[in-house]
Design a protein around this ligand. Structure first.
Ligand SMILES: Nc1ncnc2c1ncn2[C@@H]1O[C@H](COP(=O)(O)OP(=O)(O)OP(=O)(O)O)[C@@H](O)[C@H]1O
Ligand SMILES: [Mg+2]
Length: 277
């Protein structure tokens, strides 16, 4: 069981040393200094168009909220950006040099795109500190990571991440005693230990208390600037709390984009999405 969870962890966080270089070619498109440049992307599943001519442009340091009804293609979009799903056609660049459509999942993670799934998967029997040690960027093997010493730079980084994620007082507690919200923060903290440039966060506040939700909002806002952050969320109160620019997806396509007020007053959005609430 323990061995199995180590293997799962290894697959999830510790990507093999795959060559990055061959994917670093000059962009044939001008990605206009965007950290993420997705254009004209299509993906069908058995003839059903889950993603339909999708364009998404994310600036460096931006916090972008993506909303849209169930089945709009939000998670599929994240699957495409992280290399889990290959689109049928289109363009997707990470910065000027990484062609995401030629890279596989571990290589994309290593290049600096971190993804947080909805369900937190922290090690219940390891302390918060140990969970973070495991998530460090350049471990040799899982075992040396578990039992080897971390250097002072890594230790400083861990302190910084603990501070950011409100987990400092819990650093010596095992994962199992954390609340659902605290586990979500620990998972975000584990992602941060890998120094991602772009963070994709899918439905982060499901099951959280109102207070945890507010703290999560503050955390994501504080991460923007030094990171680019894409947040997919259904909870409109939460989106309102953190929203800068909002993208509304519908049937795999961008229906509307702008401030929360702009998209909320867009008749197209009212008709297909907010009006249905
Ligand atoms: N691997 C797959 N095989 C077949 N259909 C899929 C697959 N992945 C997604 N789909 C379909 O693509 C559409 C978009 O799904 P997706 O999960 O991206 O939506 P979503 O916007 O994340 O929805 P939700 O808000 O419910 O999470 C859905 O109709 C879904 O059934
Ligand atoms: Mg989804």
């Amino acid at each position: 069981m323990y061995k199995e969870s180590i293997v799962n962890f290894k697959n999830k966080y510790l990507s093999p040393k795959l060559p990055l270089r061959k994917h670093h070619t000059e962009a044939p498109v001008d990605s206009h200094g965007m950290i993420l440049y997705v254009e004209g992307v299509n993906k069908s599943f058995d003839g059903f168009k889950a993603i339909n001519d999708l364009n998404l442009y994310i600036e460096e340091g931006e916090l972008r909220c993506i909303i849209g009804p169930n089945g709009a293609g939000k998670s599929t979009m994240m699957d495409i950006i992280t290399g889990k799903t290959r689109p049928d056609s289109g363009t997707a660049w990470f910065g000027q040099t990484c062609n995401l459509l030629e890279m596989d999942e571990p290589v994309i993670a290593k290049a600096g795109i971190g993804r947080k799934f909805q369900k937190p998967t922290v090690f219940e029997n390891l302390t918060v500190d140990e969970n973070l040690e495991l998530a460090m960027k350049a471990p040799k093997t899982v075992l040396t990571t578990l039992f080897g010493k971390i250097n002072s730079e890594q230790s400083d980084m861990r302190d910084h991440v603990l501070e950011l994620t409100n987990l400092k007082d819990l650093r010596h507690r095992p994962g199992r005693v954390l609340s659902h919200g605290q586990k979500q923060w620990l998972e975000i903290a584990m992602l941060l230990m890998q120094k991602p440039k772009l963070l994709l966060v899918d439905e982060p506040v499901t099951g959280m208390t109102r207070q945890e939700m507010e703290k999560t909002g503050e955390l994501l806002v504080s991460l923007s600037g030094s990171h680019s952050v894409i947040v997919v969320e259904h909870d409109m109160d939460f989106v309102r709390q953190i929203a800068r620019k909002v993208t509304v997806l519908h049937q795999g396509h961008v229906l509307s984009e702008g401030t929360m007020d702009q998209v909320q007053s867009d008749p197209k959005v009212i008709e297909v999405y907010l009006g249905a609430e």
